[in-house]
Design a protein around this ligand. Sequence first.
Ligand code: SAH
Length: 187
Amino acid sequence: MAHKVLDFAHNVAARILRPGDAAVDATVGNGHDTRFLAERVGPGGQIWGFDVQAKALRRAHERLRDVSASVTLIRDSHASMAAYVAMPMRVALFNLGYLPGGSRAVTTTAESTITALEASWSLLTHDGRIVLVLYRGHPGGAEEARAVLDWAGGLGSASVVRFGFTGRGGAPPEALVVARRPSHGSR
Ligand code: SAH
């Protein structure tokens, strides 16, 4: 199921992104999502990618060798994103949890994820999207997912879409898309 949820997240990002856009990968990991975003924005596009693990950034660097977009990989918490991202971005992607093939002890956490979401919300273009993939299976994952849903639900001027599977039991991953609600006019 994880791949269907991730496909959904990618499809949303692909529909929104235009050539030359700026976007953020808040959780670079192995760099698959960073590459996906970079290919969508193309030459002239700008991607900032964050991860706290050098191992992740090394793998991502390899994976991004031949992309034409300008990609800046930053070894810092996404909570500090406002210090690095120099322009409004159309998409901020958060693929939470732990590094696939890495230590399961290093995971995203509710506190820094919420700080990063606040920063993303202020940096987002008027028609941009914050796209998240939430996992509940690891320690702290359920709390983090709850905090993210509470944060999104508390935004007065946002529309929030949830994508997931019902009736499967366990703790399946889920995607969340947060957009600004138009203040007037359209419906
Ligand atoms: N998008 C990746 C999967 C992400 S894994 C892929 O497709 O491969 C989640 C990543 O978030 C891990 O690599 C972990 O190191 C990173 N991470 C954990 N806490 C973080 C933080 N505060 N800021 C940025 N990255 C963080």
